[in-house]
Design a protein around this ligand. Structure first.
Ligand code: SAH
Length: 238
């Protein structure tokens, strides 16, 4: 008996109609994913690769089975340990902001793997992805959820993302899925020149803003403050 090794793309791309997963198993999901991508496009996201990734990654595979029916709503959902899977339109917006006009996305670092959904999205649009999670059970679950997809360009790391990942730096993109009071210095240091960091930053206990920082030269960073957002807090240590 011979199994053809499927690539991550073939599996994630929802080749559900073939031998691995019959489309009958997920009757509504293919359509639901496309509708989700349409909602995300309607929210203002334009980047084609990002919208394709939203239409491709099976979000239901990353949430608790009890929430399965809500997986394709454009809303944040609980993933346990007081954390949430981010809202798809916000995931897409932030990933889009990592891109520089007319350029491909190289090596990306994600802080806050959570359930692994955004990491899967990133793996489809960037050449290499590292994702760090500080809560061990979430890291383990994300690993288990991502394993069947056999994504070759994604590495999950257990640790404190505030320190970044010096051994894999510099990064062309850094994305934070949790809000700190500022942007940790190690992350700014690990950003490649010309690279972009996208993060929610807390202004006060209730207010957070989406911030984009581009490293213009080794000493210069350009900071742009965008819309208000709502994320779980960035916490230090493991
Ligand atoms: N991208 C995730 C969103 C998860 S919510 C998804 O698609 O599901 C944010 C995550 O950041 C939580 O899992 C939280 O535990 C994690 N987090 C918070 N502070 C962190 C830190 N210092 N290092 C690594 N992960 C952190």
């Amino acid at each position: 008996f011979f199994f053809k090794q499927k690539t991550a793309y073939e599996i994630i791309a929802g080749d559900w109609s073939s031998d691995v997963c019959s489309s009958d198993l997920f009757p509504s999901h293919d359509k639901a994913r496309i509708q989700l991508a349409e909602k995300v496009a309607a929210s203002g996201v334009r980047h084609r690769q990002v919208l394709e990734a939203i239409a491709t990654v099976p979000r239901h595979a990353f949430v608790d089975e009890a929430l399965d029916t809500r997986a394709y709503e454009d809303s944040a959902l609980p993933i346990g340990h007081q954390q949430t899977i981010s809202k798809p339109s916000v995931v897409a917006r932030m990933v889009e902001l990592l891109f520089k006009p007319k350029k491909e996305l190289g090596k990306v670092l994600e802080i806050g793997t959570g359930c692994g959904y955004q990491a899967a999205i990133l793996s489809l649009v960037a050449s290499e992805v590292y994702s760090i999670e500080r809560i061990r059970p979430l890291h383990d679950q994300a690993r288990a959820k991502l394993r069947p997809f056999r994504i070759p360009n994604l590495r999950l790391v257990y640790g404190d993302g505030i320190r970044g990942l010096p051994q894999a730096a510099p990064f062309d993109g850094i994305i934070l899925a949790a809000a700190g009071l500022g942007i940790p210095d190690p992350l700014l240091d690990q950003l490649a020149i010309g690279g972009r960091l996208v993060a929610p930053v807390a202004k006060s206990e209730e207010e957070q803003q989406l911030v984009v920082v581009e490293r213009v030269s080794s000493q210069r960073y350009q900071r742009t403050v965008l819309e208000e957002v709502f994320f779980v807090p960035l916490q230090s240590g493991t």
